[in-house]
Design a binder for this molecule. Structure first.
Ligand SMILES: *Cc1c(COP(=O)(O)O)cnc(C)c1O
Length: 238
C-alpha cells in the first residue's frame, strides 16, 4: 500500500467516526482530496485507492495536472482557490465544481463561459450538457483580507447564480479564521449552517463545503457534506 493510500484510509476512518459521533450517516459526507503543490503521481496513488474528487487552488497547476491525468476520465476537479474573472474560461473547461464564487460579477462570468464551453464541447470533466456546480464562498469570520462574500451580500450572489442557466447552485463554502485551537472552527461552521437555513435551507443549498485536515471533525458535527483535506492525505506541503 502506498503512503497516500494509507493516509487516505486513516482520513476516511476519521470522517466516518465523526459522522457517527454526530448521528449522521458516513455516506453523507464526501471527501475532496486537496492536491495543490502535490505531484500527478500522488494524485494517481489516491485515485488507485478509489478517490475521485480532487481540489486545486491555482488555475495553471490544475490545468497542467488535468493534462497529465487525462487518462483518468472519471476524476473530478474541484476548483477551491481564489478565482479571477480572466481565468474563468479555463476553469470551466476542466472543473466539475467551483467552491469559491463570491461576487455577482464572477457568477455572471462563469455562467457565460460555461455556456460557451458547453456549446463548443470543451468540457472535458463534465457530462456534455451538465451544468457547472457552484458554491458561494462566505467570509463568515469577517476577516479583512480574505476572499468570500460578506454574509449581507449572500442573497444577491445566490440570485445571480440562479439566473445563469449554465450554473447549478449547490451550496455554501467557508474557510474559518486560523487559530491555535481547531475547536475554534466550530463557531464559524455553525454560522455557515445558519446562513444556509436563512437562505432557503437544504432544499436550495444541499451542500456545505467546510472542514480541512485539522478541523474536519468540527465541520462534520456542524453539518458539512464535503470536507476538503490536503495535508491529512498527501502529507505536509513544503
Ligand atoms: C489548502 C486548502 C485546503 C486543505 O488544507 P489542509 O489543511 O492541507 O487539509 C482546504 N481548503 C482550501 C480552500 C485550501 O486552500
Amino acid at each position: 500500500m502506498t503512503d497516500v493510500a494509507a493516509r487516505l484510509d486513516q482520513v476516511r476512518r476519521e470522517l466516518a467516526d465523526a459522522a457517527r459521533a454526530s448521528g449522521r450517516d458516513p455516506t453523507e459526507v464526501r471527501l475532496v482530496a486537496v492536491s495543490k503543490t502535490k505531484s500527478a503521481r500522488a494524485i494517481r496513488d489516491a485515485y488507485d485507492a478509489s478517490q475521485r474528487d480532487f481540489g486545486e487552488n491555482y488555475v495553471q497547476e490544475m490545468q497542467k495536472k488535468a493534462a497529465e491525468l487525462a487518462d483518468l476520465p472519471d476524476l473530478r476537479w474541484h476548483f477551491i482557490g481564489h478565482l479571477q474573472r480572466n481565468k474563468a474560461k479555463v476553469v470551466v473547461q476542466i472543473a466539475s465544481a467551483v467552491h469559491t464564487v463570491d461576487s455577482e460579477r464572477l457568477a455572471k462570468e462563469l455562467g457565460k463561459r460555461t455556456a460557451e464551453a458547453t456549446a463548443e464541447g470543451a468540457t472535458a470533466r463534465r457530462e456534455p450538457h451538465a451544468r457547472l456546480r457552484v458554491f458561494v464562498e462566505v467570509n463568515v469570520g469577517g476577516e479583512a483580507q480574505k476572499s468570500g462574500c460578506a454574509p449581507g451580500e449572500l442573497g444577491a450572489v445566490l440570485a445571480a447564480i440562479e439566473s445563469e442557466p449554465a450554473l447549478s447552485l449547490v451550496g455554501l463554502m467557508t474557510v474559518p479564521p486560523y487559530t491555535d485551537d481547531p475547536a475554534d472552527s466550530r463557531a464559524p461552521f455553525d454560522r455557515l449552517a445558519r446562513l444556509r437555513d436563512e437562505h432557503g435551507g437544504a432544499a436550495r443549498l444541499p451542500e456545505l463545503s467546510m472542514g480541512m485536515t485539522r478541523d474536519l471533525k468540527y465541520a462534520v458535527l456542524a453539518g458539512a457534506t464535503i470536507v476538503r483535506v490536503g495535508t491529512g492525505i498527501f502529507g505536509e506541503r513544503s
